[in-house]
Structure formats: C-alpha cells, structure tokens
Write a protein that binds this ligand. Structure first.
Ligand SMILES: Cc1cc2nc3c(=O)[nH]c(=O)nc-3n(C[C@H](O)[C@H](O)[C@H](O)COP(=O)(O)OP(=O)(O)OC[C@H]3O[C@@H](n4cnc5c(N)ncnc54)[C@H](O)[C@@H]3O)c2cc1C
Length: 507
C-alpha cells in the first residue's frame, strides 16, 4: 500500500520510536476498511514496536493510536495518507514517547488545561492547511489526558460531512459545537480556548526602540533589520507569517526556485529568533497613540510603548459585500481554492473576479469541479494573457464579463448566484453549489485613525517608509506600494527599519 519510494525514509522515522504503540482498529468489510487494515498491518510489519488489535470505535473505518496501557484519545477516521501521512507518523512517534517539538511554556499551558475537550477535525487529504490543525490537536491529546482528537477524512465519511453541512476544510468541532475553520496553529488553538496571556503579562515590558506591528514578510524583515542595529526590538502579530501561511507554492522568491508558504514562515521565524527579538504572537493591536513615545494598545488591554513603530499589518481577502456572502461563509462561500476546492468535486461553482487570483482559481477549480462560471465586473478580464489563454482552452468554464454580482442565494447552504448584466441591465441567476470570492485584498488599517491613508485605506509612506506621524513607519501590503509581493514587502520592511533607526539617531 505504501509507495516503495517512501519506505526507507519511513523506516528511519520508525526507528526513532521510543516505546510500544498499539493501533486499535475498527474495520468493516468495505474497501476503505480493507485499505486501512493493509496500511496498519504494513506499519506493524515495519516496526516491532507497533502492534495491531481489533476494536469497535465510534466510526468505522478508523483506528486509535495508544500506549499499551493507556488510550491517548488520538483517532484517525479514514486513511491518513496524502498530506496527513506526516500527521500519522508524528502521532506514532509522539505516542511512543518522543517529545513533540513544542516549547516548554506551551507544553505547560497544554498540561494545565482542565475540563474535558473532545475535538473532531474534518479534513481532506489534499488540503495543505489541514495537517497543521491535525498535528496540533494530536499534540494536545498526547500531552493532556483530558483532551481527545479524532481526524475525519471527509471523503470517507461523506454522509457525516453532508449532515454537518461542512463545505470548507479543516473544520473543527469541540464537544460537538463548531470551534473553527481554516489553518490554525497550536498557539492559535490555545488562544481560542482562552489560555492566552492577559494584560498583566505585558505590564513589566520596558519601552522598545522599535516595535513592529505585524508578523508577515514585511514585519519579519523590519524586525531583523532593526535588531541588527543592536536596539531593543519587539514584534506583535495577530498571526505570525501573515498571508504567506495561506500560500501554497512560491516560485518568485528570488534565489529560491520553489518553496511553500509554511516553510518560508518557519525560516522567517527562525531568523527573527536569532536576534532576541521579543515576539508577541497571537496579539492584536487595536489603538495607536503618539505621546512622548508611541503607544500601542492590544486587544487584551495591555499598552506597549516604543520610540518608533513600524506598521506592517498586511491585507486580508476583500469581501464582495452582497446578501448571502456572510450568511453562507463556509456553507458554500469560500476564499481559498487550494484548501476548499476538493469539497466541490463534481459540483458547479462560480469565481467572482477576473484578475490573476480569480483566473488562477478558476483554472485550478476546473480540474476538480463539474463547471466554473467566472463573473467579472469590468468589460474584460484583468488577468495576464497567458492565464486567460489557458482558461479559454478549458471545456468546463464560462466567462461572463460586465457582471455585477447582486446576491449569493441559498437556504441552509449556497444554491446559486444572481447578477445583473451591466450591458443590458437584465438580472440573471445561475444555479450552483459554491462561490469563490477572488476580488483582491483590503489593507488591515481600519484600527488606525491618526495615520494618513489613501482612498483604498493604504497607509501613505515616503521613500524612507515614514508616515505622517513622527516615529511611525509602515511597510508591505498595508501601504500604498505599487505592487504587493513577498519580496517587495521584505524590501519595504528593511527600508522602514533603516528609516526608523535614522529617525531615532536624529531625535
Ligand atoms: C493565496 C496567496 C498567494 C500568494 N502568492 C504569492 C507568491 O507566490 N509570491 C509573492 O511574492 N506573493 C504572493 N502573495 C502575496 C504575499 O503573500 C503578500 O504580498 C505578503 O505576504 C505581504 O506581506 P506583509 O508582511 O505586508 O503582510 P501580511 O503577509 O498580510 O502579514 C500581515 C501581518 O500583520 C498581522 N496583523 C494584521 N493586523 C494586525 C493587528 N491589528 N495587530 C497585530 N498584527 C496584525 C497579521 O496577523 C500578519 O502577521 C500571495 C498572497 C496570497 C493571499
């Protein structure tokens, strides 16, 4: 069942197991059960530390990963191959006694969680965002006996997915209540459980020389450039990594022919940590005030002070703001084609937006779904010609230009989209099951008032990255830079840090 090519590497990992692991298997007569049995038996044949027992679990086919004398609460329902194979290998190692790669504070935080927490994560094997969530919840189960986690492959449990109306992965339930969607790191899950630090944890922080707000490529670059000047640097990030965490393949990060978002974020974090920068992840800034020092207030009420601040809060998906969008979010309205495309296999979808991201999404989706309708507001598509040519070569795509989307319709989930033709003023309705909104990004600057912004909400900066507020600089996608790219954000982060340093030595 396992490809010959991965066996030698798997063999090496299994040799790292520190204790015995029992796989308790709930299998029926169906094909998926047979394949699952084949997988667990193959694993057992590769390591004397793994044994297999038959059992009756809540779902069939599924198997739990346990210590000989203790259930860990980790269950895989379906076959964890594809992107989830790593989750299975890590679960085997961690249950066997190998410590997860998590810092000591986080381990303490997990171990101190009281109460009973049963997580269920619905995933697809092609989802690149899902393993982070599965692995984080498995680590929590390994470290705390009050926490259990079942990973459920949506393709193997289609009825359950339909009944729960799951139209985006990963979707996580906690004690049968909806807990969250999309990629979540271990720290984010812990913050959502309310185990994060309160304002008192920040009260003894001395003022910074440079405080960076935002932990994407712009913020990481600004922090490294500032810290390399030997000055006290801090970084506040709602989610370290920013948009790069949601990016699959990156082919234009010069000097690296191909990388993937989470991999690049891991190396950004490693680089930032080299310089003793105070990283305050999962913290959101909500107010900026310039007094003697610049003050930044966090959502939890803490106020941090700094001689200079670099704003690098990036951007988020732009909403189309029509009736039905908010109501059917994750019930047929989606923003990430890489993540959620597989859930629409064989179905009909629309892509709103004819720019590069919209047309890339339409091309991607056309390979999975039955039909794609592209709705573009302007008289023509804005995407690069090479993408348009590829799109027009596909048999299952319809392009409608001059189309103003007026409503996403549905009852409990999406069943269609309505638009008005801007040429004829006629209204039209297309029946379909999914809508992907791809109309660009909006800068995360709504929380700022004293800092000058343009009509698009972008922070206006000069060539040193300085804003209109003395001591406040900005960089990356939240600014009025002409283009929004990783390498451009990093460059502007460096400019803003050097600008801030210059400002400090002059003042
Ligand atoms: C799906 C996708 C694919 C892409 N592919 C590519 C590609 O292949 N190549 C390329 O060059 N570019 C690509 N881009 C664009 C690239 O990701 C962005 O240009 C880049 O990430 C911008 O970096 P940034 O640091 O300015 O902002 P972001 O990456 O948006 O980071 C912003 C940071 O600020 C934080 N933040 C926001 N508000 C607050 C607040 N109030 N308080 C604290 N923190 C806050 C966020 O949590 C995050 O840490 C892609 C973008 C997307 C969405």
């Amino acid at each position: 069942m396992l490809e010959a090519a991965i066996k030698p590497q798997l063999d090496q990992y299994l040799q790292l197991m520190e204790g015995d692991v029992v796989l308790r298997v709930s299998a029926g007569e169906d094909n998926v059960s047979n394949e699952m049995l084949e997988l667990v038996n193959e694993l057992a044949s590769m390591s004397s530390r793994i044994s297999v027992e038959r059992a009756t679990l809540e779902r069939t086919p599924s198997f739990s990963v346990n210590r000989p004398s203790e259930e860990t609460g980790i269950v895989f329902a379906g076959i964890p191959l594809g992107h989830e194979f790593t989750s299975l290998v890590l679960a085997l190692l961690q249950v066997s006694g190998r410590a997860p790669k998590v810092d000591a504070d986080t381990i303490k935080q997990i171990q101190s969680i009281e109460g009973t927490y049963h997580f269920e994560s619905y995933i697809s094997l092609s989802c690149h965002n899902c393993p982070d969530v599965v692995q984080a919840l498995n680590v929590m189960s390994v470290l705390n006996p009050n926490i259990t986690h079942t990973m459920i492959d949506g393709a193997a449990f289609k009825d359950e997915v339909e009944a729960k109306e799951i139209m985006a992965v990963p979707t996580v339930f906690l004690n049968s209540e909806s807990f969250g969607n999309g990629r979540m790191s271990l720290e984010e899950i812990l913050a959502k459980l309310g185990t994060g630090p309160d304002a008192s944890a920040f009260s003894d922080k001395d003022p910074y020389d440079v405080l960076v707000v935002g932990g994407g490529p712009a913020g990481a670059s600004a922090a490294v450039y500032a810290a390399r000047k030997g000055i006290r640097t801090g970084i506040i990030a709602e989610r370290f990594g920013g948009q790069v965490m949601d990016t699959m393949g990156i082919e234009n990060f010069i000097g690296t022919a191909y990388t993937e978002g989470p991999k690049l974020v891991a190396s950004l974090e490693e680089h930032v940590k080299e310089y003793g920068i105070d990283i305050m992840n999962l913290q959101r800034a909500k107010r900026l005030e310039k007094n003697d020092l610049v003050e930044i207030e966090l959502d939890n009420g803490a106020v941090l002070k700094s001689k200079s601040v670099i704003l690098s809060t990036g951007a988020r998906w732009r909403n189309v703001n029509v009736p039905g969008e908010a109501e059917f979010k994750n019930k047929g309205v989606a923003y990430c084609p890489h993540c959620d495309g597989p859930l629409f296999e064989g179905k009909r979808v629309a892509v709103i937006g004819g720019g590069n991201s919209g047309i890339e999404a339409a091309i991607d989706l056309a390979g999975i779904v039955k039909h794609v309708t592209v709705l573009e507001f302007a008289p023509e598509l804005k995407a690069d010609q090479v993408l348009q040519d590829r799109l027009h070569s596909l048999p299952n795509v319809t392009v409608i230009t001059n189309a103003q989307t007026t409503e996403i319709t549905g009852t409990d989930k999406v069943n269609g989209i309505s638009y008005v033709s801007r040429e004829t003023n006629e209204s039209h309705h297309v029946e379909l099951e999914g809508v992907f909104v791809q109309i660009g990004l909006v800068p995360n600057t709504d929380w700022l008032d004293s800092v000058e912004r343009n009509n698009f909400g972008e922070i206006v900066v000069d060539r040193h990255g300085a804003t209109n507020v003395p001591g406040v600089f900005a960089a990356g996608d939240c600014t009025n830079s002409a283009y929004k790219q990783i390498i451009i954000s990093m460059g502007s982060g460096a400019t803003a840090a050097l600008g801030a340093f210059d400002y400090m030595i002059r003042n």
